[in-house]
Design a protein around this ligand. Structure first.
Ligand SMILES: [Zn+2]
Length: 400
């Protein structure tokens, strides 16, 4: 019953928001697909944490060789199993610890993308025909995808992103490099990763957490930033325009490659969607673009995402950072049906505060200047969770 009431409430809220928006935009604007691209309006940091379900598929040759072998002959997890799962866990964690952009950008530093990964299946396939496929091409990914859809033991066929670890080495441009191709911009289906096993055998420092997230970035709808217009003004073009560097050039790392303008940190991108040694930053616009795609379910993205039942991750205290005489503060995204307490510290900073449910009204005490901490405590089943926020206070009539 409670759930029913909540749904009604949310629906009314959505409709009321919509009718307010209609006063701002003309109805024509609302109908065009372009309006969906208004990702600049999305507040990334208040998104609930979403987990992307991943199924990993290793294509071995007909003898079970030539690629990772996650399971020993007796079925036990092997070293490769731990390496692959550790890689995804690390890539997932890094999505919550994004770095500041090295290159000059108008974007604020958003540390947590609010996106994570979870491996829901790890499969090996002894199949010579699929093992041979080593071209970086959509046809290859589609073939692998058609194959796994037909295998009865594969779970989450439509509800996970399938990562294909290609077997046979790709030698495009006579160079063996880690490569990838995603099924589309935004598309939930698959990503093929090439040469990972070769790199893993030949380079003990090979740890492509950024590369995996780069490909998933394509699945979520992101384009490269350095050689095309990616639709974001806060992703700088890479350093090709600097004197002495060729067009579409990008630095790999500090002083790499040598003989080019890559000697300053700000000349070397660390953006996830560039090719570089770091791949650990996303701009505000890139994240907003991802969430715009998720919100409109572009490419069926919602099929592969799970949101934690707990809404704690998306809760925060809203209200002005500076309270001038009086201010209203609310604990947002608070689930119904739980007991909430709140308190203000130091108590003398405010006049008798009043509140109901998740809403508190603060009045600044006469002559008080300084800060106050507003705390909400919610009792959720066995859990007690505190939310704090520091608020600056300004009295209307400051004393002398
Ligand atoms: Zn790419």
């Amino acid at each position: 019953m409670q759930r029913f009431v909540l749904i009604i409430f949310v629906v009314i809220l959505l409709f009321s928001c919509k009718s307010v928006k209609k006063q701002v935009f003309s109805s024509e604007e609302i109908e065009t697909p372009h309006t969906w691209d208004r990702y600049d309006l999305i507040e990334t940091i208040h998104q609930p944490i979403r987990t992307i379900r991943l199924s990993i598929h290793v294509f071995q040759d007909s003898l079970g060789a030539g690629n990772f072998n996650p399971f020993n002959p007796n079925g036990e997890k092997s070293e490769d199993w731990y390496w692959l799962n550790g890689l995804i866990d690390d890539a997932s964690q890094k999505m919550g610890q994004l770095e500041r952009m090295n290159m000059e950008s108008s974007s604020t530093h958003i540390k947590d993308s609010r996106l994570r990964y979870q491996v829901v299946g790890l499969y090996t396939w002894k199949n010579q025909e699929l093992y041979e496929l080593n071209r970086v091409a959509y046809g290859v990914g589609n073939k692998m995808f058609d194959f796994v859809l037909q295998q009865p033991e594969v779970n989450f066929k439509d509800n996970s992103l399938h990562l294909f670890l290609a077997g046979n080495v790709n030698r495009d441009n006579s160079k063996i490099a880690s490569r990838g191709i995603a099924s589309g911009l935004a598309d939930k289906r698959w990503t093929v990763l090439y040469n990972y096993y070769h790199q893993y055998l030949n380079n003990k420092n090979f740890w492509p957490a950024g590369l995996v997230s780069h490909e998933i970035g394509h699945n979520l709808g992101l384009r490269h930033t350095w050689n095309q217009d990616d639709g974001c003004s806060d992703t700088p073009q890479n350093a090709y325009h600097l004197e002495g560097n060729p067009k579409n050039f990008q630095c790999w790392n500090d002083n790499e490659p040598r003989g080019f303008r890559c000697d300053e940190t700000f000349e070397c991108s660390n953006n996830l969607m560039d090719y570089n040694a770091h791949q650990n930053a996303l701009t505000q616009c890139q994240l907003q673009k991802i969430y715009a795609n998720i919100n409109r379910n572009k490419g069926g993205l919602n099929d592969i995402l799970s949101i934690k039942e707990s809404r704690l991750d998306s809760m925060y205290i809203s209200g002005p950072p500076t309270c001038k005489e009086t201010g209203i503060y609310r604990l947002e995204n608070c689930p119904l049906g739980y007991r909430i307490e709140w308190y203000v510290s130091p108590r003398k900073a405010v006049q008798q505060p009043t509140g109901i449910g998740n809403r508190v009204t603060i009045k600044v005490a006469d002559n008080y200047r300084g800060k106050v901490i507003l705390s909400f405590r919610i009792y959720q089943d066995e859990e007690v969770v505190d939310f704090d926020r520091t608020i600056k206070l300004k009295p209307l009539y400051p004393g002398t």
